[in-house]
Structures are given as C-alpha cells and as structure tokens.
Design a protein around this ligand. Structure first.
Ligand code: ATP
Ligand code: MG
Length: 425
C-alpha cells in the first residue's frame, strides 16, 4: 500500500459540515462592505520578498521569522503574502488608483505565516482586510470602527470589546521613542533578550511583549498620550466624539501600539474573551506613512484586518449559528424509468428556477430506500416519476412535511409554479 500523506502542520481542511459557516460569514461580510461603499480587490499570493521588507519593516515578527520565503527559478526571493496591506498599496500604486481619487478597498484571502501553530493561530489563515486611501480622518476611521461593530451585530457575535489608542503623528512617535528608549535603558537589567534586541530598532514593540516578567517595567514606562501634539490630540478627540455620538463603547489602552512601524494616529483591536489566548479578532489603525514608504506620493491611509478563522471558530465553538435547510426537493423514480428521464426533468426544472436546491436520487433503488433518503435530506417535497406518470406526462409530488398537501399529480408547468414558491421561503 502507498503511504498516506497528511496535511502540513498549521494548515487545516474545511469539511462540508463546516463550510456553510465560512460561506455565510463571507456572504455577510461581502454584503456589508458593499452597503458601506467599499470595493473588492484581489492580489497574488506570491510577491517579491522586498515588498514586505520595505512595508512591514525588518524588525517585526512577521518579516523576521514568519514568512514562507523561497527563490524562484530566476533566483529572485519571493514570499507568500503574510498580510494584505503591503500588497494593497502595491496594487493601488501599480494600477494608478491613488492619482486623484480616494479609495475604499477590501479583500478576503488566505495569508501565510510560519508561526507556532496553536488554537487560533494557523500557518494559513484568512483575513478580511479593509484599506482606505486619501482621507485624513478621523471621520473615516470612525466609519471603519462602526462598520466592524455592524459586522459583529449582523454575525451575531457578542462579548467583543474595542481597545483604542493614539500614536499621534510621526513626529509625536519619534519624540516618544526617545523617552521610551531612555526609560528602558535605565532598567536594562529588567529586560529580556528579545526586548534588548528591539531597544533601538523598535522600542514600541517592547510594550507589546507577552513576557510577564516585563510587566512592571512596561507599566512604569512613559505614556504616548503625554507626547501627543495638539493636532494629534484633536484628531483622536474627534474620533472619540463620533464613536460616543454613535454609542460605540471603547477602552483606551495606552499600551496598545501594534507591531508595525507605519502606524500613525489611531490604532485599535477588537478582542473577545471567548476564544482563550488568541482573542484578537480584528486589528488595525491609521498608516499615513506607508504609501510613501512604498515609493508613492504621501497619501493618508487607514484600515484593519479581521481574522476570519478565529471568527469561524467562535461561531462554531459557541454554536452561534445553526445550519439551514439545504435541500428543497428530492427527485426519485421507479426502477423501470430510465435515468435519462429523471436527469432531464431535473435539468429542465433547474433552467426555470434558479436558487432551488434539488437532489436527484442516483442509481437504482426501491421506492422505500429512496423515500428514506428523501426524508433524511430534509426536503419539503419529493417528485416521483413512475410508469403512470411517464405515460401521462405528469409528475407525482409528495409533501414530506406538510400533511395537508398530501400527494398531487402535476403537469410540468404546475410543478414549476409550485417549486418556484420554495426559493423565497
Ligand atoms: P498576534 O499578536 O495575535 O500575532 P498580529 O498582530 O500578528 O496578531 P495582525 O497581523 O494584525 O495580527 O493580523 C490581524 C488579525 O489576523 C489578527 O488580529 C488575528 O485575528 C488574525 N491572525 C493573525 N495571525 C494569525 C494566525 N497565525 N492564525 C489565525 N489568525 C491570525
Ligand atoms: Mg502575529
């Protein structure tokens, strides 16, 4: 026997009993983004590694150690996208989307990171990302947060909280960086190796450290709030004002910095306690510096990425949704009826009624066993073709759930009008 090959570590399969959750989630998200006037984009899985180096920065976990990187046949280093923001900026620049028009864009696709797999952390995972260009905010930043709240409502997700912070302008951030370095330099002995290695390259990341030993030194660190300029303060205050007016609750978390270098002004995370340690289901913020860092004209930008896997897990673990009926109609036939008759009838019905879910019994079997399958499918009606029906050019239709309807003999047109009513129910 040949050796059975299993899937790679950190990858997962989606089986039919769960795929409907993905489909429904994706359909809901697509509908809502369209309702808010956002347009979908699609970009390749593979990009030049240099794109992520210039956009995400060298000193982030993602670029330092998480990318699936290899050389193509020409010796060029390529990477499987670990996130979508860099590719979106590249796409927007390369296709001339940023010349005059503002853009409200979104994507939904798998990302790849070579991380240590655990609950809520996979090596292939899907993100719905939203990226907006050409608006200085904070109105559009507020819209993004309200849009995500609307998504949670529509998806039936409760127990999520919003944490918010401001990193101010690049100048504020640079000033803060200096005082932060001074603070940590004064307590060097309290830092771990990772923090020391980031002290000069990306000191804000130290605030993000998950090492409990660092908690006291982080707690005593100066706060970004005390280093915001008047303009940065006003930007953040107006954002909070809009959120307050719309009744969206948030907590200001002064230690929320987000890992990446390019963030400015507001940054945020939506967190749930229902998923254990990997509770962040959506994260983002403003990144006014990125377009310029990728070789474009300075363009204000803001966005977020939602972890679709974690949302699916949440919905399944907590049974937030229940599967809907899949089959409307089940078509069965007497053993003596050629399969061509049944198959042709099904094709004729399908041509007339888009959206009807119909299953045709395959192979030959007794009526009893076919009815069993029809019942199991949950169908409302069974269409039965027997010898009489074939001779009279009609069809027996039996209601499997509605006793009053019983069984009726219908012509093709009558059958179509009966089944047409099913799609809208
Ligand atoms: P973390 O701190 O959990 O590693 P991150 O800062 O790397 O998160 P982002 O790059 O901001 O995450 O990605 C946005 C969202 O994508 C996360 O909030 C999470 O929901 C999801 N996500 C990120 N990495 C993974 C992964 N390996 N598996 C599943 N979902 C992920
Ligand atoms: Mg990560």
């Amino acid at each position: 026997m040949s050796k059975k090959i299993n899937r790679l570590r950190g990858m997962y399969d989606v089986t039919p009993d769960q795929v409907w959750v993905w489909q429904k989630l994706e359909a809901t998200v697509t509908r809502i983004l369209s309702e808010y006037g956002y347009q979908e984009i699609r970009f390749p899985i593979l990009e030049e590694t240099a794109l992520f180096h210039s956009a995400i920065g060298e000193v982030t976990d993602v670029v330092e150690k998480e990318m699936f990187t290899f050389e193509n046949r020409k010796g060029v280093s390529v990477s499987m996208r670990p996130e979508g923001t860099a590719s979106t900026v590249r796409l927007a620049l390369q296709n001339g989307l940023l010349f005059n028009d503002p853009q409200k864009l979104w994507y939904n696709c798998p990302m790849f990171r070579y991380e240590k797999p655990q609950k809520g952390r996979n090596r292939q995972f899907s993100q719905v990302g939203v990226e907006v260009f050409g608006f200085e905010g904070p109105d559009v930043d507020a819209e993004l947060l309200l849009l995500t709240r609307h998504m949670w409502d529509q998806l039936g997700i409760k127990n999520v909280r919003l944490e918010l912070n401001s990193l101010g302008t690049p100048a504020c951030r640079d000033a803060y960086r200096e005082v932060l370095i001074k603070h940590f330099e004064a307590h060097l002995e309290l830092l771990d190796e990772e923090a020391r290695s980031r002290l000069y390259s990306n000191p804000l990341r130290i605030l993000d450290s998950k090492n409990p030993a660092l908690k006291p030194v982080i707690e005593q660190a100066p706060m970004i709030q005390d280093h915001l300029s008047v303009d940065a303060r006003a930007h953040f205050a107006e954002l909070c004002e809009i959120l307050d007016a719309c009744g969206l609750d948030y907590q200001i978390n002064p230690k929320l910095v987000r890992g990446l270098d390019y963030y400015t002004h507001n940054v945020f995370e939506w967190i749930t306690d229902d998923l254990g340690a990997q509770g962040t289901i959506c994260a983002g913020g403003r990144y006014d510096r990125l377009v310029e860092m990728q070789g474009g004209k300075a363009t204000p930008a803001t966005g977020f990425a939602m972890g679709v896997d974690r949302l699916v897990e949440l919905i399944i673990d907590h049974e937030l949704w229940h599967p809907e009926q899949q089959t409307d109609v089940y078509l069965i036939r007497d053993k003596s009826i050629p399969s061509a008759v049944a198959i042709k009838l099904a094709e004729d019905i399908r041509a007339r009624i888009p959206g009807l879910n119909m299953m045709v019994n395959m192979g030959k079997a007794s009526f009893k066993s076919q009815f069993k399958k029809a019942d199991k499918s949950g169908a409302r009606f069974a269409i039965i073709i027997g010898e009489n029906e074939l001779a009279n050019n009609e069809y027996a239709v039996k209601a499997l759930q509605d006793r009053e309807f019983g069984q009726q003999q219908l012509s093709f047109d009558e059958l179509v009008s009966l089944l047409s009513t099913l799609q809208n129910q």
